[in-house]
Write a protein that binds this ligand. Structure first.
Ligand SMILES: O=C(O)CCC(=O)C(=O)O
Ligand SMILES: [Fe+2]
Length: 281
């Protein structure tokens, strides 16, 4: 993690890492995602469930465990652009929690969301209120963070992720009516308090779960938004929830990364500065 990244993440609660994956690696990942999305239900390998459960191939929703569908996607969990952050934020004790593929399409039936028009949320609200963001020995510690890896471009005006920069350090409850609903009752009126992040295919966006964030509706009718949601926590908190059929597909390196371990134990994968996934297929 560079001093600039550390400074920016500390001040804002997120990092936008541009052009991390390019060329053939990006193309291979995009093609793998396309295969998963369009795979007929009865051909999906065991363990690849969706939300909603009966999601038709090609339709917008969550394609669970998308990261495990292909080695090119699995490689994103330890990609050199985020690996130093994953290590630093967990003080070298990371656990990879889950890697959902999300496909978002324009949805003309989307319902208004009331006083919280972009669905703002963060880990401080609800049962995860013990989530921590700390700095110790000039290192950032985060016990719940997410790396979004983008497979398609987001242009200004398209919609997508919004964040309230700096809110990961907030000491106060977010007022429920912070944003004013716009005329459609779905998106908020433009407001300087939030930033709409517009990643391009091949970019990572890393956020602390303490950062208040939400989503603007997806406006383009001819393009969709595809990204992996890669979640990490310290190895000594929580339990691995990776279903067996998914776990069995993974490389030994990522298998180890998904496991819980005691405080102070350093996983073999963490000893590597650059992780090459063994080809075990
Ligand atoms: O759609 C996005 O960009 C953000 C998704 C999100 O915040 C979530 O899944 O909790
Ligand atoms: Fe979220």
């Amino acid at each position: 993690m560079t001093p600039e990244q550390r400074y920016l993440f500390d001040v804002t609660g997120y990092l936008h890492i541009k052009s991390a994956v390019t060329g053939d690696a990006l193309k291979t990942a995009q093609e793998a995602v396309d295969r998963y999305i369009h795979m007929p239900l009865d051909e999906r390998p065991e363990g690849f469930t969706t939300r909603p459960r009966d999601l038709e191939p090609g339709k917008g929703g969550r394609y669970e465990h998308g990261f495990a569908f292909d080695r090119s996607l699995e490689a994103m969990t330890v990609h050199p652009a985020i690996w130093p952050l994953v290590k630093e934020f967990t003080f070298d004790m990371p656990r990879f929690v889950s890697g959902t593929l999300t496909l978002e399409q324009h949805n003309p039936d989307r319902q208004p969301m009331g006083t919280n028009p972009a669905g703002l949320h963060c880990a401080r609200e609800g049962r995860h209120w013990l989530t921590r963001y700390e700095v110790k020995n000039s290192q950032i510690y985060c016990n719940d963070f997410v790396a979004f890896f983008y497979l398609t471009d987001v242009q200004p005006g398209d919609g997508g992720l919004i964040v309230i920069p700096g809110s990961h350090k907030s000491q106060f409850e977010r007022p429920e009516d912070l944003l004013t609903p716009g005329p459609d009752g779905i998106d908020p009126e433009p407001d300087d308090v939030f930033t709409n992040i517009t990643p391009k295919a091949g970019d990572f966006v890393v956020i602390s779960e303490l950062l208040t964030h939400g989503v603007l509706q997806w406006r383009p009718k001819d393009r969709d938004r595809r990204f992996l949601i890669l979640r990490y926590r310290p190895q000594f908190e929580g339990r691995s929830g990776m279903p067996e059929p998914i776990f069995e597909r993974l490389s030994p390196e990522v298998q180890e990364l998904t496991k819980t371990a005691s405080y102070g134990q350093i996983k073999d994968v963490v000893k590597q500065d650059v992780v090459q996934l063994s080809d075990c297929s």
